[in-house]
Design a protein. Structure first.
Length: 565
């Protein structure tokens, strides 16, 4: 595709933002042959150069009305606001609607509580969260499954997965129908495509043969919502055990001076209780009460030594002086420790000896969503973040134990219980940091599943298959197809690239035509939810549908070879 002037474009797509998501969106639009223009602020020089050869590229802030007009917003079909700033994206959407009321809007928006309100107010609009779309892929990889995409369908979570056909069966000994019956696990599963070598068969029927080495892409919807495996009682027990273990670890790490002072103070209190019990004839409880009030200098006046013998008075003065001094030093040291050590840190130390939990490194927009999704599935999670002041630390603390520190430091890894973790998900904003954490996790625990977030596509390709890690994923690579799918079809739930096709999963009423033309895309219906019924099921061949039945289907869009590196 050769770049044209924005003035020559009509019914095109205006892409606002050329970050990781925006660049991948531009690449897919180019491969689809869709006309588009880009408005970009600060971005990588190599991205700017690559896109400038394919489409009109305007430099600056897309909130500038003059730039929107120069990009042909009044003639555009769709505006796609995918900057890293929610406010900027909302502002761009509002300006675009004002300048072109009929334009469709696709907005990148982290705040998913605002999303439905914005969609309802703007009309012909979609608000998608990149982190919410990406998180299920990282979660699936951590739990041992591969996911090409994720979606929600009537409150049930769904994944797009690949099933590998194993064994030594001949090419005609099994069918897709038999494979899906074995793989369903009580979920509703529908086939999307079958892969054999370089051949991809889209929408094969259940009688299509499969053999060892084939792969089958399916849409899997949970047969029922997954209940948390941790009820209220077990969560309380888990927290209590973590607190006890944390206090024990904390005491072991307490400075020797503090422990010695506490031992001396305890000896003085016990010896004095015995002394005053014998010398003054006080009951043991009264003697303890008197010693505590003396050591703490409370002195309520209900006990005193005015009528006691001289040696009792002398001993009492020694208890007052030594006890007060020791108590003051003890309180000052303990106060310093309490101020510098949060309860969450104590809990984190309690996790250091735990087994079978999942460690999430990096509590950014993606990391927070990963923690939340893992907790929804009933997993025990320990999160690591290098800054106490990071935006999502407090929110993450309501879901999981958070360890603040350098994830590559042995002490931080020990406090997070890395050696006992069943999986580590490294989703910081730095590729090399994620790589270092992943390699350290494998060194500490060879059986641990390691999932890495990598932005650099070339680096990710080199890492796949060469490192002993479960998955190397790009958040922007996961979500860009869904944003492009929303440009093509407003009913899009999820999108992914399969061979030389963009595959878009959509939901609509059976009697409703697509709100926007979807080009020459092939379409196939997968699942149906009958009007008035709660259950989902695979759609039978030739089945008649009612106008109010809800259908889940896929569309395929052919992709040309990529001209963007």
């Amino acid at each position: 595709m050769t770049a044209r002037s924005a003035d020559a474009l009509s019914r095109h797509v205006v892409v606002c933002g050329l970050g990781h998501v925006g660049f991948r969106v531009a690449s897919l639009l180019s491969r689809l042959g869709e006309p588009f223009a880009v408005i970009a602020g600060s971005t990588r020089d190599e991205w700017r150069s690559a896109v400038a050869g394919l489409a009109p590229l305007l430099s600056g802030d897309a909130r500038d009305e003059r730039l929107l007009r120069a990009a042909g917003i009044e003639r555009a079909r769709v505006v796609l606001a995918v900057t890293d700033d929610d406010r900027a994206n909302v502002s761009i959407a509002l300006d675009a609607k004002r300048l072109n009321p009929s334009i469709a809007v696709v907005v990148r928006l982290f705040d998913q509580q605002l999303a439905p309100l914005l969609e309802g107010s703007l009309g012909n609009a979609r608000a998608l969260s990149a982190s919410a779309l990406a998180a299920p892929g990282f979660v699936a990889a951590a739990l041992g499954a591969g996911a090409l995409g994720a979606f929600e369908f009537f409150g049930r979570s769904g994944l797009i997965e690949e099933i590998a056909v194993g064994g030594s069966e001949s090419r005609t000994s099994r069918t897709i129908g038999s494979l899906l019956s074995e793989a369903s696990r009580g979920d509703v599963v529908a086939v999307i495509a079958r892969h054999r070598d370089r051949e991809v068969v889209l929408a094969p029927d259940s009688a299509t043969p499969v053999a060892a080495g084939d792969r089958v892409t399916v849409a899997r919807v949970a047969g029922r919502e997954e209940p948390s495996s941790h009820g209220p009682r077990s969560r309380v027990v888990e927290a209590a055990l973590a607190l006890f273990g944390g206090l024990r670890e904390w005491w072991r790490e307490t400075p020797f001076v503090l422990r010695a002072l506490l031992a001396v103070l305890t000896a003085i209190v016990l010896a004095s209780v015995v002394f005053f019990h014998v010398a003054l004839g006080l009951a043991p409880v009264d003697a303890l009460y008197f010693v505590v009030t003396t050591v703490t200098t409370t002195g309520y006046g209900d006990f005193n030594l005015m009528a006691a013998s001289w040696y009792v008075k002398v001993y009492g003065m020694l208890v007052m002086l030594s006890g007060a001094a020791l108590f003051a030093v003890l309180v000052s040291i303990a106060t310093d420790l309490v101020v510098s050590t949060r309860l969450a840190d104590v809990l984190a130390r309690g996790r250091s000896r735990r087994q079978g939990h999942i460690v999430v490194v990096g509590i950014g927009t993606v990391g927070y969503r990963v923690v939340r999704e893992l907790k929804r599935r009933g997993e025990t999670v320990v999160a690591i973040e290098h800054k106490e002041t990071s935006e999502f630390v407090e929110a993450a603390r309501s879901l999981a134990t958070v360890v603040v520190g350098n994830a590559r430091a042995e002490e931080t890894q020990r406090r997070a219980g890395l050696t006992g973790a069943k999986a580590v998900v490294a989703v910081t904003d730095d590729d090399l940091t994620n790589l270092g954490i992943g390699l350290a996790a494998k060194q500490a625990h060879s059986g641990c599943r390691v999932v890495l977030r990598v932005f650099d596509g070339a680096l990710a390709e080199k890492m796949r298959g060469r490192l002993d890690v479960a998955a190397v994923l790009s958040a922007s690579g996961i979500v860009a197809p869904t944003f492009v799918g929303a440009v093509l079809c407003p009913e899009t739930l999820s999108g992914f690239v399969l061979g030389d096709h963009l595959v878009v999963l959509f939901h609509r009423k059976a009697g409703t035509a697509p709100a926007l033309p979807c080009g020459a895309a092939e379409e196939h219906l997968l699942l149906v939810r009958r009007n008035g019924e709660a259950g989902l099921r695979a759609l039978a061949a030739g089945e008649q549908l009612g106008a109010d039945d809800d259908v889940l289907g896929v569309r395929w869009f052919p992709l040309a070879s990529s001209s963007i590196a």
